[in-house]
Design a protein around this ligand. Structure first.
Ligand code: ZN
Length: 139
């Protein structure tokens, strides 16, 4: 069995964003030269997510509205977490809902996706450099 590890770096200028990282993950897979196995993609920060869904701008706006309803950024003093002096209590909750990681099967050297599936990085507290881990195991 072989393995491959790589970190993808992001610096999102806005507080929140969804970024399609499918092409970057496919590049990692090519670089690994692994044809059959599993690929794990996870955010290495507790205020960012990696998830799979449709690359459809309406859906992404729906996520933004839905997450803001569930865990509004303001007022920041509604979150006990922000008593630490931070203002990202909402971002921790948004990350929990959108998830930490995805695992995708690799078949014949390709991501074995269902139709429309794409991998996204979800940023909920941007403005600084953050990492995503790509780990591939297989042969
Ligand atoms: Zn925090």
């Amino acid at each position: 069995m072989r393995n491959f590890r790589k970190e993808l770096w992001f610096n999102v200028p806005t507080r929140r964003a969804f970024i399609n990282i499918t092409t970057q993950v496919e590049e990692c897979l090519r670089e690994s030269n692994i044809k059959e196995g599993l690929i794990l993609v996870n955010a290495m920060h507790i205020t960012a997510s990696v998830f799979i869904n449709d690359d459809e701008s309406g859906l992404h706006k729906d996520y933004e509205k839905w997450l803001e309803k569930l865990a509004p950024h303001e007022p920041i003093n509604q979150y006990l977490h922000n008593r630490t002096g931070e203002d990202n209590g909402d971002a921790h909750l948004k990350r929990q809902v959108m998830g930490r990681e995805v695992v995708v099967a690799i078949t014949e050297g390709r991501l074995d996706f269902g139709q429309w599936e794409q991998i996204f990085y979800g940023e909920f507290d941007g403005g600084r450099r953050k990492r995503v881990l790509v780990k591939i195991i297989g042969e």
